[in-house]
Design a protein around this ligand. Structure first.
Ligand code: HEM
Length: 409
């Protein structure tokens, strides 16, 4: 068989093997039961301490989770810092994400690392923390599915057009949520998160000063509430000024948001439209009257939000790209010493552990014979054939490349 054809076949087989081995993408409640059984209590402890220092922990963490999940899935890519200021967190829509949300995840990650190094993803920590802040604010408990891996890509350009705007109407809201498999009921339930937290005045100014040529104030606003908003957000107010989104119980996670909508006290057009549009009004009325219905729908919708998870498919598509070198994937080629050229798969994450005691058992000793070499390499999924190729530095060496990611756990 010709070398090129053989190589492509081998790479393809290894690719399939890798995909099967990973088998991830499936989130489960007890994902860390054997590797980090206390993860939820560790995160909960950190979130509670942070909350005792500042209430902003609560809305900040909940909104951070939403913004992470809507952009490329719940992969914690919203946390990534870019020296060029071009990561998701640098996008205009994300500049108002409060720092206490980021800080909550960083502190929880540190606490989790101290007990379970290198095991739990930031994406899972954020999902747990988002549930915990809801409960701390008086919301009903719900279980969180885990097993996400952190994303490695974070682009500001992915954000534009992928987060809902406060000026959206019902169709626009439904379309955006439907792209992530979320129904109108999920969308209405998740909007109930606006029972907590703050908004900057510029996000609602159009509703009180320049709604239309015939009516500067949005007629769907309760007149007394409109006056209250004008007092809190006078024209040309300092852009830093933020007001409570729920004017009645701003620090409690309850169904007051829906009661406010019924009373014409929705802060954004995207809030109030849920009541003014006849097709969503029955759900708003139900949630306003029955807190248990709202709690159940919110828990369901949060779990669905948490399933927006694209990392495995990204990993798999990278692997497939590696199988087809003609693609545009930016390969690094090593042929400086006239050795064979081969593709290098990218995307491994840096370890957080470095323990010298792990070295002797993993690196083969020069006096090793074949019976000692074989099990040593087999533990890394490398065959006797691979050992021989690496020893002799023959053309076959590139066949090892596709197997290496298996050794990265
Ligand atoms: C339905 C469409 C949504 C729109 C148009 C929207 C828009 C906004 C806007 C404009 C703000 C004010 C930001 C600022 O000025 O600082 C805000 C705040 C907030 N949003 Fe949303 N949002 C939506 C859905 C959600 C969802 C689904 C969640 C969570 C599940 C959420 C959670 C929050 C929280 C907690 C805050 C307060 C943040 C803080 O106090 O730091 N929002 N949202």
């Amino acid at each position: 068989m010709e070398m090129g054809v053989l190589r492509e076949k081998m790479v393809f087989l290894f690719t399939i093997l890798l995909i099967m081995q990973r088998g991830d993408g499936q989130l489960v409640e007890n994902f860390y039961s054997s590797t980090c059984p206390n993860v939820e209590s560790i995160v909960n402890r950190v979130v509670s301490t942070k909350f005792s220092q500042t209430f902003i922990t609560i809305p900040a963490t909940l909104r951070l989770f939403f913004h992470d999940c809507f952009i490329e899935g719940c992969d914690a890519s919203v946390l990534i810092q870019s020296p060029n200021g071009d990561a998701e967190k640098d996008a205009p829509d994300n500049l108002s994400l409060a720092g206490d949300g980021f800080d909550t995840v960083v502190q929880a990650k540190q606490a989790v690392e101290a007990q379970c190094p290198g095991v739990v993803s930031c994406a899972d920590i954020l999902a747990i923390a988002a549930r915990d802040v809801v409960v701390l604010a008086g919301g009903a408990p719900f279980s969180v599915e885990l097993g996400r891996r952190d994303g490695l890509v974070s682009r500001a350009s992915s954000v534009k057009g992928n987060l809902p705007e406060p000026t959206f109407n019902l169709d626009e809201l439904n379309q955006m949520f439907a792209k992530h498999g979320l129904s109108q009921i999920d969308m209405i339930a998740l909007s109930g998160a606006h029972t907590l937290g703050f908004s900057h005045c510029d996000r609602l100014a159009n509703r009180i000063y320049s709604f239309s040529s015939s009516s500067p104030v949005d007629p769907s606003l309760d007149p007394a509430y409109a006056q209250q908003l004008m007092q809190s957000c006078p024209r040309n107010v300092d852009p830093q000024i933020a007001i409570n989104m729920d004017p009645v119980t701003p620090r409690t996670f309850d169904n007051m948001y829906y009661q406010n909508l019924v009373a014409g006290k929705g802060l954004f057009t995207s809030d109030q439209v849920l009541f003014t549009d006849a097709s969503s009004q029955p759900t708003v009325n139900d949630f306003a009257r029955n807190p248990l219905d709202f709690n159940a729908a919110f828990a369901t919708a949060m779990r669905k939000l948490g399933r927006i998870y694209l990392v495995p498919s990204k990993v798999i598509s990278n692997l497939l790209l590696v199988s087809f070198p003609s693609s545009s994937f930016p390969f690094i080629r090593h042929n400086q010493a006239n050795g064979p050229s081969f593709n290098v798969e990218l995307g491994c994450r840096d370890g957080l552990n470095s323990d010298r005691s792990h070295v002797p058992e993993n690196i083969p000793d020069p006096p090793f014979d074949l019976t000692q070499l074989n099990p040593n390499f087999a533990r890394k999924n490398l065959t006797q054939f691979n050992i021989i190729a690496s020893q002799e530095h023959r053309l076959w060496a590139y066949l090892i490349a596709p197997t290496l990611p298996i050794a990265f756990k």
